[in-house]
Write a protein that binds this ligand. Structure first.
Ligand code: FAD
Length: 335
């Protein structure tokens, strides 16, 4: 039993995945898009949302987060369905050469073609190895922040020593009741300006620095945290009253199940025919960072052109009885 039926399943909602929706839509093909992360945007959203990009054609300077908003808006007339927070685990070819794509949340989608736009693989947060952590994830423990307001007047523990931990500490210090920053060293790996802002907030009492400590345990009931236990290098324990724990230990990237899909892989990249972006498997295409061919440039703009090549080739699979006429968007419009 499948839950959904569509023309194309796109694996990955990074810039290449998002632009695939547009290119497919212009050719009257519908897409379902799956991503492991809880937000669309791939590396742009997860790794550098606030950084300006300078080499997107016709955008002398655009923030990575703005680029993703624009790509989402450009795709939206074609009403894509996003399945976020789930990893594509399995692709099963059917007797009629269609596919059933299955995710970690048991979503099953039947489709005629697949575009793999999986970048360097599935992202996932590095989770601290704490007993029972899964009972609190999604209610009291978050690896990314969607809505700052949730933390107003709350006891919050931020753990980690990189840019994300420091930037969020600076941003939340003004609104929380009590904010702890737990880090195993007293040095932070962040921009010097952020480090001095953090120091000032700590000196003014808006943040309590818990260094050098590391996370040791969690206390609470029914998904709601009460305390975070931390430990120093002499095994001294400390209890921090906490409504929320925000661990920022970076993201892990792994190709994971893609390795089992019987594709021509080459150093964790998928070999494609550059003229069509089809992989060694009929009906399965790859675009963006994950697609490999001679002299490939891993840039966002390269990925965009690859999406167009893939979708024009997929048209023949989705509409086998229709003659394909090339048309500019200026003649076709977006409907
Ligand atoms: C700090 C930094 C700065 C950069 N600056 C520039 C720049 O200035 N200009 C430029 O052109 N490029 C830049 N890049 C590179 C650019 O971000 C990448 O080329 C681009 O993001 C690739 O897009 P993509 O859609 O192919 O893959 P990604 O953005 O990597 O997105 C892939 C998505 O696929 C998902 N995924 C993977 N496997 C699965 C699975 N099995 N199931 C479900 N989902 C899956 C991942 O979670 C991810 O969200 C920069 C990169 C970094 C890290």
């Amino acid at each position: 039993m499948t839950n959904f039926k569509t023309d194309i399943v796109v694996v990955g909602a990074g810039p290449a995945g998002l632009f695939s929706i547009f290119e497919a839509g212009m050719l009257k093909m519908q897409c379902h898009v799956i991503d492991t992360l809880e937000n669309i945007g791939g590396q742009c959203s997860a790794l550098y949302p606030e950084k300006p990009i300078y080499d997107i054609p016709a955008h002398p300077k655009v923030l990575a987060s703005e680029l993703i908003e624009l790509l989402e808006a450009q795709a939206s007339p074609f009403k894509p369905t996003y399945h976020l927070n789930q990893q594509v685990l399995k692709i099963d070819r059917q007797a009629d050469d269609s596919f059933i794509v299955e995710t970690s949340k048991n979503t099953k989608i039947s489709c005629k073609a697949i575009i793999i736009a999986a970048g360097c693989g599935a992202f996932g947060p590095n989770r601290p190895p704490l007993d029972g952590i899964e009972n609190f994830e999604g209610s009291s423990i978050f690896y990314s922040i969607r809505n700052k307001k949730e933390f107003i007047d709350k006891n919050v523990v931020i753990a980690g020593g990189g840019d994300s931990a420091v930037d969020w500490a600076i941003s939340l210090a003004e609104i929380t009741k009590k904010l702890y920053v737990v880090h195993r060293r007293d040095k932070f790996r962040c921009a010097p300006d952020s480090a001095s802002k953090l120091k000032k907030l700590a000196e003014s009492g808006k943040i309590e620095m818990v260094v050098p400590y590391q996370l040791e345990g969690l206390e609470g009931d029914n998904g709601l945290l009460k305390n975070v236990i931390v430990k120093d290098f002499d095994n001294n324990l400390k209890k921090l009253p906490a409504d929320y724990l925000l661990p920022f230990f970076g993201l892990a990237m792994e190709l994971g199940p893609i390795l089992d899909w019987d594709l021509n892989l080459h150093k964790n990249h998928i070999d494609v025919d550059r003229s069509t972006m089809q992989t060694s498997q009929k009906g399965i295409y790859a675009v963006g960072d994950i697609a490999s061919y001679q002299n490939k440039l891993k840039l966002i703009l390269t990925g965009f052109a690859e999406c167009a090549s893939a979708c024009h080739d997929i048209y023949k699979i989705v509409f086998p009885d229709q003659l394909y006429h090339f048309e500019y968007s200026t003649s076709k419009g977006v409907s």
